[in-house]
Design a protein around this ligand. Structure first.
Ligand code: ATP
Length: 350
């Protein structure tokens, strides 16, 4: 089963062609440079950039997939079975571009449409395979899904294909958002995660400043990162300029330690509360090596298994994860109505 998947939920114009769990081709065309000078994503710029690139991105994934699928009469899309698209959560006017293109192609090529929740995609990113079917391994439900991105921080019970139950989420800022803001204060551009991770590593992952760990001791699976962000802001502003520069590594390291300590504590609690020991981790922050090693240690301790997106591009926004989630929807005969499909910017798990 071949699927063309499209994701334009934020600042990546992404398309992929997948076959089951395998990626046959993908492109994630980033807009980072266009948003960088504004310190975050500007919706109108995102919409225009998606509109300018969407045709190219779809054409390119078709061209690349021709290695695996023989085009019919020169048109590879004729051989595609379904068209999948992210319908939320995300920026309304950005989502709209992908949905419009998916509908247009569905009509032209007479294909059924599949709508996918972007966060559902981040869960399935842990199960995406390359074109040779690697990494192999079957699903062993249930899983605890930890989703940490620039827009979301949540823990979801992934009971079976298409069955999700949200156990907790952030009350304010997402983990990635807080990290980006701290990085900006320290003088680093968007996205701040890689810079903070690098500085923390250079500081030996020390925790000199012991910043607050909001909600760490509470018996809930909810997060809150805005208090930490504010504490970091005032502490940083109170430092003499010389120390701000001299201690940049230690500051980044302590901030990262605070974020990761909360995340780890919530995952320990989630395992205790649910008895579920298999964990999947998705979203941009899942690229963080320190987070990965701490969660691997947790999984080992409880005798569970842990999965991260197997290829670096799968940690951020991409369409391959949308194609793989869509495959399980197609198998369950869950299709979207062409006339009713619309963007849902605040789409959430129940
Ligand atoms: P969403 O997926 O919820 O729509 P998004 O598009 O902002 O949000 P992603 O692309 O999944 O999210 O993630 C981006 C976030 O991941 C940014 O906040 C970025 O700083 C963070 N990030 C990327 N790499 C790392 C890293 N190595 N360590 C920590 N955070 C990281």
């Amino acid at each position: 089963m071949y699927i063309l998947a499209i994701d334009t939920s934020a600042d990546e114009t992404a398309a992929a062609i997948t076959s089951g769990r395998k990626i046959l081709s993908y492109i994630s065309y980033t807009q980072i440079l266009q948003h960088r000078e504004w310190g975050g994503i500007v919706p109108s710029i995102a919409k225009r950039a998606h509109e300018e690139r969407i045709d190219f991105v779809v054409a390119e994934v078709c061209r690349k997939a021709a290695r695996y699928i023989k085009p019919q009469g020169g048109e590879l899309l004729k051989k595609i079975d379904y068209i999948a698209v992210t319908h939320g959560p995300g920026l309304a006017i950005a989502l709209e571009v992908g949905i419009k293109k998916a509908k247009e192609l569905a009509i032209k090529y007479e294909k059924k449409l599949i709508s996918v929740n972007h966060m559902e995609g981040h869960i399935y990113s842990c199960f995406v395979q390359n074109s040779r079917g690697k990494p192999a391994g079957e699903f062993q439900f249930p899983y605890l899904a930890l989703l940490l991105s620039g827009g979301h921080s949540e823990i979801v019970l992934f009971e079976d294909h298409l069955r999700y139950k949200k156990l907790g989420e952030t009350r304010d800022d997402a983990a990635g958002e807080a990290i980006d803001k701290a990085a900006r204060l320290l003088g680093f551009g968007y996205p701040g995660g890689p810079a903070i991770e690098k500085l923390a590593k250079e500081a030996g992952d020390k925790d000199d400043y012991k910043f607050p760990r909001p909600m760490i001791g509470t018996n809930t699976l909810e997060f809150s990162f805005s208090g930490l962000k504010t504490a970091f802001y005032y502490f940083f502003k109170s430092l003499p300029d010389e120390e701000k520069t001299k201690k940049v590594r230690e500051l980044a390291s302590s901030f990262q330690q605070a974020v990761l300590a909360v995340v780890l504590a919530k995952m320990v609690l989630a395992v205790e509360q649910t008895g579920v020991k298999n964990i999947v981790v998705g979203g941009g922050v899942s690229a963080n090596h320190r987070l990965r090693s701490q969660l691997r240690a947790l999984a080992k301790k409880v005798n569970g298994r842990i999965f991260f997106p197997p290829y670096p591009f799968l940690t951020g926004d991409n369409a391959a994860m949308i194609g793989v989630a869509a495959y399980y929807k197609a198998q369950a005969n869950v299709f979207a109505d062409l006339n009713l499909l619309d963007r849902i910017p605040r789409l959430s798990f129940a």
